[in-house]
Design a protein around this ligand. Structure first.
Ligand code: NAD
Length: 364
């Protein structure tokens, strides 16, 4: 597929390529859609095996951000950027500041944030060159680690899913298996423990498992045995692609609700497989949007309580998505995508209508 064909196929508005040969810096910034607001998405510093791979990644990730922002009710578009190279050898103050200049050239159409291969310190360098950056550490007046807010959103999405299945959203006595006890998984387990859920967890790290066992009465499950554990709710909070043709048929749960990005190995097919198996799937890009809501709140002057209050929207929206899926005879994943697209179309139409009076003004 040609470069332009690839960009057009995914509906991107703008893709900017930047290079600084003296620094060995190559970066791509993809702006998918700015109908709702400036395109926001992190910068990923990654040793891609080819330029084509980097382009595919930045196009796919920026498009995903459009849907996440739209379904979350945020006035943000979708964007993402990548820096091609090994962060261990290529990354430096100068490289990150030059990247900040690239971001600045776009004049606020794209707002950057931290992603894989990039640290808080790196974002401080980016901030020197541009104000179009969010997700800064608390010491710099930013919102800090978004994980607790992400976990809160996942918890609310999980409660909404449980309400859909049983009529009650109380998770007391409900068996929940959390895969991945990292920053989000551990915060989620804390919330679930407070509510009286019966907790199981799996992680590659024995220390994380021991900590969760001690603090939150979690029953540890070896990483290879999670599929055979019968529970009410499975919560993937480790990595993407965990819901596939191989795993779905073996799942023994009524609900899947977790934080991991891109849980469905094949979006449409696997969301249908889950539905056919009678498993209610809470779309990942909806219920894990707390982190995005958190950095959005930072753009207005951060308040943790406002970020948490805004995250409560996820509960109602998850119920709305389930209702739309039922009404339209589609999966919750498909319904969430459709509702996101409908919101973008409705706001785009609003712009057209507001533009009309200006056009009809008499020429002075
Ligand atoms: P993290 O790196 O802090 O934690 C991931 C945990 O998963 C680690 O403890 C790791 O040992 C464990 N793990 C990795 N592979 C595993 C496996 N095969 N089996 C069991 N455990 C495994 O990451 P995080 O910030 O907690 O994020 C978790 C997921 O949620 C990621 O997919 C991330 O992209 C997504 N997410 C995070 C946020 C956020 O605010 N941090 C926001 C949106 C989405």
């Amino acid at each position: 597929m040609s470069l332009f064909a690839q960009i057009e196929a995914m509906g991107h508005q703008q893709v900017a390529f930047f290079s600084d040969p003296a620094l060995g810096l190559k970066s791509i910034i993809a702006i998918h859609d700015t109908t709702l607001g400036p395109a926001l998405g992190g910068v990923r510093f990654w040793p891609y095996t080819s330029e084509a791979e980097a382009l595919t990644d930045v196009l796919r990730l920026s498009r995903g951000m459009t849907y996440k922002a739209a379904i979350s009710g945020l006035n943000l578009g979708g964007g993402k950027s990548v820096i091609l190279g090994d962060p261990l050898t290529l990354k430096s103050e100068v490289v990150m500041r030059r990247f900040g200049q690239f971001v600045d050239i776009l004049g606020g159409r794209y707002i950057t944030a931290e992603d894989m291969g990039v640290s808080v310190r790196d974002m401080e360098y980016v901030r020197v060159e541009t104000r179009h950056v969010t997700g800064l550490p608390e010491e710099m007046g930013g919102s800090g680690d978004p994980s607790p807010v992400t976990a809160y959103g996942v918890y609310l999405g999980m409660k909404a899913a449980w309400k859909k299945v049983t009529g009650t959203d109380s998770l007391q006595g409900v068996k929940v298996l959390v895969q991945g006890l990292g920053k989000v998984g551990m915060a989620l387990v804390e919330l679930l423990h407070k509510e009286g859920a019966i907790l199981y967890a799996t992680d590659l790290s024995a220390e994380q498992l021991a900590l969760a066992q001690r603090e939150y009465k979690v029953q540890p499950i070896p990483p290879d045995d999670w599929l055979s554990q019968p529970v009410d709710i499975f919560s993937p909070c480790a990595r993407g692609g965990v819901l596939s043709s191989e795993t779905i048929s073996q799942l023994r749960c009524a609900v899947v609700a977790g934080s991991a990005n891109n849980q469905l190995a094949q979006e449409d097919q696997d969301s249908v497989r889950l539905a056919e198996q009678g498993i209610l799937y809470a779309p990942d890009f909806l219920i894990n949007a707390g982190g995005l809501i958190n950095v959005y709140t930072e753009l207005e002057g951060y308040s943790r309580s406002r970020a948490l209050a805004r995250t409560e929207y996820i509960y109602d929206m998850t119920l709305r998505v389930f209702a739309a899926a039922e009404q339209r005879g589609i999966t919750p994943h498909q319904a969430a995508m459709l509702l996101a697209e409908e919101r973008i179309r409705a706001i785009a139409a609003l712009r057209i209508h507001t533009a009309a009076p200006t056009l009809s003004l008499p020429i002075a």
